[in-house]
Design a protein around this ligand. Structure first.
Ligand code: C2E
Ligand code: MG
Ligand code: MG
Length: 596
């Protein structure tokens, strides 16, 4: 027997050491060989829980040599992952049943953690020739990390799509059921978005399956990036994906996510040497309205997806007939906005802004109108926010500037003296990189001088990133354009920044003007904005003047200019041209207030 394990010699010896019989010696050798060559780690501890022997398998697994381990307690191996109760239960089992088996996390000498499968057996004490031999504990264990990793791989394979790593149908079902239970408890909604790529087959057929795979992987990561961490993105197979949106406050949020998905998939994806765009059709079903079981919800979202597909590429469609009216309208507008621009369904209307001291025309505001063949005239408040959300505002914004320049050129061609045209710039448009150079380009193209344009930006757009805004405004101003802060008083302006911005004019929001006569605080705000403007050397315009008394008040308090139905509603370009030609604006007249 190996002398490094003297205690074992004693333990396994069948007789004491007076030489013994040949049979006993053989028995000892047998046990010693078994102990030493066992691939399992074996550790023997005594009654006081001191390690008295370990085998080479132990040293190999734990990194501790026999010299380092013997004399220590097994807590040498503790990982800290198990609490007191865990070890107490282990000791209770050992006392009561003499054996314990289970999985334990341990720490190697190098600090690394590993799971082991541990078996401990008590060797009860006995009397040997008048001497009491105490209890011993024999622990044998094996590293099971490889097995656990394999199990995890199998579990992952069973629940995930191999190509994209996204949850597959099985896991999706699980997650959906869980999410529905949650939604029911919290009385929340959830949405299932069934997404099917348009013309994916073409990619596979023309560029090959490898390119198809790359496209699917790219789509998967863009979908993942379009939702929150709590939401699920799954791939059902082929070009079908499903997104589950949890904790939905409003169905309209599902529309916003669908819009985001359309826009993110619409950005070019580099597949090999090609730049591809992946349009998708999206069907939306809401829980609990559109189904109370996972199967029904999925089926209804699928049906809605087919309806979306039938309407052409890149559309979304709700399943529910009972869906929120507003959400449906929003969705429909979103689907048709870009096409409307291409079909030339937009028009600019013009509303005069009058100089209150002289009664002459000061400038004119260009206000967009959408003439939808199906729905008639749609006001900007309805579609500008959607265009903002989907990003179409950038194209619409360019169109507005182009069109204002074209209308100006047409009036000029008629020999009319043209006023400055004020154009609204939405927050997203304002944030869009390259705004100055694009506007500059549009001006050059039209031959209209920058000084003919004023840009109206809202307070909130400026205050989002005031430093950037200040730089941008300086660039725009350098081109020669006027800068106006629109809807002033409705956002939060920092006066320190107001001073830094190169602005020409503040517009008092319509909400203050409309209650000017009846509401003391609105009156005070109006007066404060007039005073502030003048102190900062700026012009001030009042929006939404509808009554003579409002006009009188504003005039009396030296508001510079005003705009409102009292003078004129916004009118189409031809009507505005007649208005310019008539020169009637010198005497503000309520009779003009007839158009839109
Ligand atoms: P805004 O820039 O504050 O435009 C003033 C709005 O007040 C216009 O509504 C105008 O028609 C309305 N208004 C003017 N005088 C009166 C009045 O006396 N009484 C009442 N009740 N309303 C009056 P509109 O044309 O519906 O536009 C609403 C908003 O849509 C605009 O508010 C602006 O924020 C946005 N918008 C309009 N055209 C464009 C555009 O071309 N681009 C962008 N980004 N936004 C636009
Ligand atoms: Mg405006
Ligand atoms: Mg305004």
């Amino acid at each position: 027997m190996d002398t490094t394990f003297p205690a074992v010699t004693a333990l396994v010896s069948c007789e004491d050491g007076d030489g013994g019989s040949k049979e006993t010696l053989h028995c000892q050798r047998l046990f010693a060989t078994m102990f030493e060559s066992s691939p399992a780690a074996i550790m023997i501890t005594d009654q006081d829980n001191r390690i008295i022997a370990v085998n080479p398998g132990f040293s190999q697994l734990t990194g501790y040599s026999s010299e380092e381990a013997v004399g220590q307690t097994p807590s040498l191996l503790k990982s800290g992952r198990h609490d007191r109760a865990f070890y107490q239960a282990m000791w209770r089992d050992l006392r009561e049943r003499g054996v314990w088996t289970g999985e334990v996390w341990d720490r190697r000498k190098d600090g690394s953690l590993y799971p082991k499968w541990l078996h401990i057996k008590v060797v009860p004490g006995m009397e040997v020739e008048g001497r009491d031999v105490a209890d011993y504990y024999v622990a044998s264990f094996m590293d099971v990390s490889a097995r656990k990793e394999a199990e995890e791989r199998i579990r992952k394979l069973a629940y995930h799509d191999v190509l994209t790593g996204l949850p597959n149908r099985l896991l999706l079902r699980d997650r959906l059921q869980h999410a529905m239970a949650n939604a029911q408890r919290r009385r929340h909604h959830l949405a299932v978005l069934f997404i099917d790529l348009d013309s994916f087959k073409n990619v596979n057929d023309s560029l090959g399956h490898a390119a198809g795979d790359l496209l699917l992987m790219s789509v998967a990561s863009r979908l993942r990036a379009s939702v929150r961490d709590v939401d699920t993105v799954a791939r059902l197979g082929g070009d079908e994906f499903v997104v589950v949106l949890e904790n939905l406050e409003d169905e309209a949020n599902a529309v916003a996510v669908a819009a985001k998905i359309h826009s993110t998939l619409g950005r070019p994806m580099t597949v090999g040497t090609q730049n591809l765009h992946a349009a998708a059709s999206i069907g939306i079903a809401i829980y609990p309205e559109d189904g109370e079981s996972a199967d029904t919800l999925m089926q209804n979202a699928d049906t809605a997806m087919y309806q979306a597909k039938a309407r052409g590429r890149g559309n979304s469609q709700f399943f529910a007939p009972i869906m929120n009216e507003q959400a449906r309208e929003k969705l429909e507008l979103e689907n048709t906005l870009l096409g409307s621009l291409e079909r030339d369904e937009f028009q600019l209307y013009y509303q005069p802004i009058l100089d209150l001291a002289s009664g002459t025309l000061s400038s004119v505001e260009a206000l967009i109108r959408w003439h939808s063949p199906e729905r008639g005239l749609i006001p900007p408040d309805k579609f500008i926010p959607i265009a903002e959300e989907t990003g179409v505002i950038v194209q619409i914004g360019d169109w507005v500037i182009q069109q204002a320049c074209r209308d100006l050129a047409a009036w000029r061609a008629r020999g009319l003296k043209t006023p400055r045209v004020s154009v609204n710039i939405s927050p997203r448009q304002f944030r869009q990189p390259g705004l100055t150079s694009r506007i500059h380009g549009l001006l050059l193209e039209s031959g209209i001088a920058a000084g003919q344009l004023e840009l109206e930006v809202t307070e909130s757009a400026l205050m989002e990133r005031p430093d950037l805004a200040a730089n941008l405004l300086h660039d725009l101003k350098a081109l020669g354009m006027g800068i106006v802060i629109d809807d002033f008083g409705t956002g939060y302006s920092s006066l320190a920044y107001l001073k830094k911005f190169p602005i020409d004019k503040l517009k008092i929001d319509r909400s203050f003007v409309s209650d000017l006569l009846s509401d003391k605080s609105d009156r005070e705000i109006t007066l404060a904005v007039i005073a502030l403007s003048h102190n900062l050397g700026l012009q001030v315009t009042a929006e939404g003047v509808e009554l003579q008394a409002q006009l009188d008040f504003l005039r009396q308090h030296e508001c510079d200019s005003a705009q409102g139905y009292f003078f004129s509603k916004p009118m189409p370009p031809v009507a505005f041209m007649d208005f310019l030609a008539s020169g009637r604006f010198t005497a503000p007249s309520p009779h003009l207030a007839t158009t839109c």
